[in-house]
Design a protein around this ligand. Structure first.
Ligand code: ZN
Ligand code: ZN
Length: 302
């Protein structure tokens, strides 16, 4: 299994230079996870052929408009298109009231249930199933803000089928072999798991750091992830502005990636003041590579 990340928006604060506010879709094991939902996200989904009915979980990092103003439109369309399946939104508690008021004044009774799961302070597991675990962690922004870590769970071991068959291991023990257990036959003879199986491919991970100050406390959380998305709102000559507004510079995004030894970095959440993003990319590259710009419509497989 692998992750696929589609960028739907990469602009901070306002749409600018054909760039939309924050939104992206992470696909894993045929499930789509929507991460932030800036204005016009549903139009971007249509443009890039993301099926709304395949989204069951939405993660909203914080309640600045560039991260959630597209949500009402998306939910309304889901309703009008006849959605009945439940939807879970991971968010700050106030979002429920904001949406409820809009549904109330428009006399809309949604056909589907929204489960709200509110963030709690600190690092927490938002949900997990057999294949994936999603963790929320604190960012340092002007309002409460969360980052997200998507971790594939360790995969099963691969059987060396010839050796397994030669050892005469019964079929109904194969699953336990894949889980790492040794086999002991009726005579007490032990077959070591390491002789019968090989390591599975390494598990993959993705971290999303939306709006935040440069934050070294994130390093242990981000350690070694396969792909890190980190905001880079300004270039480093505007460090004072970044600090005032609780944002990161393109140099600092590279420094975090380097210190956390991530494998690849995507920078995004660009200020409208930058039409050409290459200077930001070059600045990040001066401290970390490989790094890519979060560009609308680009797909990253990992
Ligand atoms: Zn923002
Ligand atoms: Zn913000």
């Amino acid at each position: 299994m692998s992750f696929e990340l589609l960028i739907l928006g990469s602009s901070s604060a306002t749409p600018a230079h054909q760039r939309n506010p924050a939104a992206q879709v992470l696909t894993f094991n045929d499930k789509n996870y929507l991460i932030d939902c800036g204005e016009a996200t549903q139009m971007q989904m249509q443009r890039y052929k993301v099926k709304a009915h395949r989204i069951d979980k939405i993660f909203i990092s914080h309640l600045h408009g560039d991260h959630y103003l597209g949500l009402m439109g998306l939910l309304s369309s889901m309703h009008l298109q006849g959605r009945e399946r439940e939807l879970t939104i991971y968010c700050q508690p106030e979002l429920k009231d904001i949406l409820a008021l809009q549904f109330q004044v428009s006399d809309t009774a949604l056909r589907f249930v929204i489960n709200y799961q509110f963030f709690t302070p600190g690092t927490e597991v938002l949900f997990e199933d057999e294949q994936i675990r999603v963790i929320a962690f604190e960012l340092n922004h002007r309002v409460p803000c969360k980052g997200f870590l998507f971790c594939e769970k360790p995969r099963q071991r691969n059987l060396i089928i010839e050796k397994v068959q030669n050892a005469g291991i019964p079929l109904d023990f194969y699953q336990e072999l894949k889980a790492g257990k040794d086999y002991c036959d009726n005579n007490g003879l032990v077959f070591k798991n390491k002789d019968l199986t090989i390591d599975p491919p390494a598990s993959k991970s993705y971290a999303y750091c939306s709006d935040t100050l440069y934050q070294e406390s994130l390093i242990p959380i981000l350690k070694g992830v396969d792909l890190l998305y980190h905001e880079a709102t300004f270039m480093h000559d505007l460090l004072d502005r970044a600090n005032e507004t609780y944002h990161t510079t393109s140099l600092q995004a590279g420094q975090i990636a380097s210190k956390a030894q991530v494998k690849k970095l995507i920078i995004g959440h660009f200020s409208a003041r930058y039409k050409d993003l290459n200077p930001l990319l070059e600045e990040t590259k001066s401290v970390f590579a490989p790094v890519y710009l979060a560009e609308e419509g680009l797909v990253y497989n990992f």
